[in-house]
Each structure stands twice: as C-alpha cells, then as structure tokens.
Design a protein around this ligand. Sequence first.
Ligand code: C2E
Ligand code: CA
Ligand code: CA
Ligand code: CA
Length: 273
Amino acid sequence: SEGRRTYRFFMPEMDTKAKARHELATELKRAVAERAFQLHFQPLVDLNSGAVAGCEALLRWPHPVRGFVSPAEFIPLAEDIGLIEELGEWVLEQACGVAVGWPAAMTVAVNVSPIQFRRATFPLKVAAALARSGLAAHRLELEITEALLLQDTESTLTILNQLRALGVKIALDDFGTGYSSLSYLHRFPIDKIKIDKSFVDTLTDQAGSAPIVRAIVQIAAAGNKTTLAEGVETAAQRDLLRQLGCQQMQGYLFSPALPAEALARLIAGGDVE
Ligand code: C2E
Ligand code: CA
Ligand code: CA
Ligand code: CA
C-alpha cells in the first residue's frame, strides 16, 4: 500500500501480537453486541464534610478467560475499531439509570472518549439518556481530556456550549498530564478540574508537587471551578489536599470503584463488602 521502493522487515513476534489483538477485537465486538460489561462506581468525596458528593462510573469487562480486562486496554481498542460510540452510549444510559436512585445531592461522572465527543449527535444522545432515566441534568458530569481543548478549538467550544445548555457539568480529567496551559482554563466552559494522580503521588514528598497543586487550586478557584484530586491513597495526602483548599478527592483511601449494589450499601451507611 505504500508503493514500490519501500520494504518492511517482518518479525514473527509482530505476527503474535497482531493475532492477540485481532482475537481481543473479535471478543470485544461480541461483548459490545451482548452488552457483556459492568459499570462500577467510585465515590468522589467532599474533603471538608467527608460526605460522598458523587461517583465516577468506570467500565469493567469480565472476560471468561482473562478475568477483568482493564479499560486502559480495551477503551483504546474500542476507539480503533469503531465500537466506542456504542459502548459509550451504553455507559451513559446505565450511569444515568443507576444515579437516579441515589440521594439527590449526588452526581455521576461519565468518561467521554474524544471520538464520542466529536460526533454531531453526542449532545442529543446525552439529552436522550437524561430524558429516559429522569436524571436531573445538573447531576451528570462529563469527563473530557485536555487533548480535546487543543485540537479543533472552535468545534470543541460549540459542543461544550451545547452540553452546558442542557445543564450538564463538564470536568477536565487527568489535568496536568497533557500540554494545555493553565491559561486555557478560563477560555472553556469547564466546571471542575480533576488533578491527575501523578501530582497526588508526589504531593507529600520533599520538594514534591504541593506548590503545583496549590497553584492549580488557586487558579481554579479564581475561575469558579471545583477541584478534585485523583488517586488519593494516604491520610497524609488527604490532609494536605484539604489544607491546600482542594474540594474533593477520589481514591483507594476512601474506596475503589464498587458494583452498584455495594455502592448503595456504602451510601446507606452499611459495610462496603
Ligand atoms: P480515569 O478516568 O483516570 O479513571 C481513574 C482510574 O484510576 C480508574 O482506573 C480507577 O480505578 C483508578 N483509581 C482510582 N483511585 C485510585 C487509587 O487510589 N490508586 C490507584 N492506583 N488507582 C486508582 P480504571 O477503572 O482501570 O480506568 C482506567 C481508565 O479507563 C480511566 O482512567 C478512563 O480513562 C478509562 N475509562 C474507564 N471507564 C471508561 C468509560 O466508560 N468510557 C471511557 N471513554 N473511558 C473509560
Ligand atoms: Ca475519568
Ligand atoms: Ca482521571
Ligand atoms: Ca488517570
């Protein structure tokens, strides 16, 4: 396909990798058709009150042989082979349907792939999921990534404004891992900044990320945006985040993602297990 006068080396290991990928793709296709996924929910906790402010919906693929396949593995594959829209729509419908049963103060956050986001029909799909479930729009938070802000700025703004007009909230996921500058923040209608786990990991180190996190929190506050810290695993991290003025946290310190029933028990004050 690249024409003559080019050549490629062929390695047997490439063949094995390609085969494994092809096999996984075939299984993923079937799983999407059969809706063979689960949604788990990880609590987002208010750092001042300690209350559960909402949850992030995280996809789980229980595979008969491989066990739970990580979304980090199959989301990029779903994007590559054209399955992400169907999968993303299912997540949206499920998440809204579950969240409508939670206390009214709780929100639900849904991850949105850039491919899904850029489809012209996306805002309609969001509106449909809200209407079908009866979930109030302000209780739905869509998580997007920095890469979206960098490419095709005009169309990104248009879609964000359409979504905002519906009343849903927008969160910027994995903040600080992309290439966007802090000055981008006020140009986009974003409600929340999720500070990436990599900053939380080094937060309590000598010469660690605390000054950076403080700066992010201050800039977010100036723009009336909420801040959440991801991947909080220790009480020391939590305490410092609270001191720095961060509003919410998410991480194993409080809870991993749980099946809907276990989460409902947690909210009701029962045991996590
Ligand atoms: P993410 O959006 O950054 O989600 C947070 C990830 O960090 C989750 O991994 C979560 O289980 C994990 N995590 C949370 N707290 C802690 C902690 O304290 N320590 C550690 N080490 N990890 C923690 P998960 O569930 O494996 O998801 C991986 C990624 O897959 C997500 O990263 C997200 O980008 C993507 N993903 C998951 N569900 C969906 C979905 O429904 N749609 C799309 N488009 N992407 C999804
Ligand atoms: Ca996320
Ligand atoms: Ca994240
Ligand atoms: Ca992340």
